[in-house]
Design a protein around this ligand. Sequence first.
Ligand code: FAD
Length: 569
Amino acid sequence: MGPKRVLIVGGVAGGASCAARLRRLDEQAEIVVFEKGPYPSFANCGLPYYIGNAISNEAKLLVATPELFRNRFNIEVRTEHEVISVNRGERKIEVKDLRDGSVCEETYDALVLSPGAVPARPPLPGIDLEGVFTLRTIPDSRAIRAWIQESGARNALVVGGGFIGLEMAENLARRGLRVAIVEMFDQVMPPLDREMAEYAYTHLLQNHVSVRLADAVVRFNGSDGRVTAAETRGGAKIPADLVILSVGVKPESRLAKDAGLELGPHGGIRVDETMRTSDPHIWAVGDAVEVRDAVTGGLNLVPLAGPANRQGRIAADAICGRPAQFRGVQATAVCGLFGLTMAMTGVSEKRLRQAKDLDYAAVYLHPNDHASYYPGASEMHLKLIFRPSDGLVLGAQGVGGQGVERRIDVISFAIQKGSTVFDLEEAELCYAPQFGMAKDPVNLAGMVAANVVRGDVSLARWNELPHCSAFLLDVREEEEFKRGAVGAAVNIPLHQLRKRLSELPKDRPIWVNCARGQRSYYAVRTLRQHGFDASNLSGGYSTWEVWYPKGLPPGEVAQAEQTPRDRAA
Ligand code: FAD
């Protein structure tokens, strides 16, 4: 038998990394990559920054050229060649040369599908007007740049406030455009829990981006074939001479489906742990496949560059007969927004609730990224989700300035290794005052959560606040309390608590808050040892502000009560 012939469909993240790994493992194999676009191996993640001029030289987006593939790796890359069908019985593909329309057949021993995903384009009236764009490729970004320049666009509308939408909002604002976002959900950045996304929402407003939440574009209006405005379900008319549609992506699984390969429940290509499809000679990787969620065990679409690259390597290993296994994904991701960092890993509280899995708890903390005595320290907001029965770490979200992504990366790795909150308590992380704290935010998160698992403190759930019958106690100083309170909480500063225990009820739960959750933890410890049923409102007033930015919903008054002393007065 001659050398193995491996054909790869799609020459960017997953396809290119698979090709390069294959060559490192098998010097004899014949490797051919088919890419329907004009460029292989380009930096899709850099496209918003190219539009925003943070990257000014387009050539910088080309990570590797066909010449480099040929000269360095002896890999043939055929750009502007679309694979149009797969004949599994004869192990052949049909390839169309997009430059002249000719079609040829190629045989394979192994076929790798890495065709990526396509941006969703909802069939709205006016969607085909000039000035309405999606963003996936270098030509897309070139067209958006040209439109800004040539049309003199002033008002940009970004439809969808997820990763690409937010990155585009920032970059268009940097180009001097007035930017509006319309988002269907009641929050931006849907993978975050709503209260954590509140920081991003506020930050957008501070940066003069207008945001309509819980609304949807229903049509685009135009003049002379060019977009001029969008109308929303909520009745708003938003002027727009540039529209970016960023309402999600769909796995590009048409080729696989037509070839009779099994698809998963979300329409992505079904693969096993070695990235092999239902056909033993075909592998698939990247945005087109469904992957196992490492935390929930369910199948999911996770269109991110890291998993695509790792899967490409795994498929190459498997094709070369090496033992390799993809461990699944935790959807670890990060997004920048006007200097704010949002990072996340593992499962969110929202997803757990949707799955009706209530064996979880969440703690909030608001530590500085580095020692507060060293100049430039900034606050970050962390949420850690874990299983209270055994302390298993399930997920984490962080929003803030510097150092957020580092903490989420550490927790991501902890999740991958099946770690508990006790492991986070003990994690040994590097420290010097300009970089962190001797008790790093990761350690602190572990400690706060471990207190819950050990039973030293119980948690009050923020989402239950509007309907709770608990007595709300605020242990901040009077001056702090005067600036605002959690619902109708009663103020007894921590240093007075032991002397004023008689003012507190023993016949109902007491939910305690302070500014950030530390003093309330001390208070809960004191109260529990005096026989009170006390729980901590984790993260304190800082967390209240994002859970209930407009206060409690009308008609919901959490504990409009007085202490016995107030009543006597
Ligand atoms: P792709 O990289 O999209 O490659 C698929 C290629 O296959 C395409 O070039 C396509 O032309 C080609 N193709 C499709 N069908 C055929 C066919 N029939 N024949 C031949 N060729 C075909 N991820 C992150 O983790 N972090 C980020 O910051 C980030 N930012 C992003 C910003 C933008 C604007 C975009 C669009 C994506 C971003 N992503 C980011 C997602 C990341 O780029 C993708 O997850 C990753 O590229 C997926 O790799 P892939 O190989 O599956 O698909």
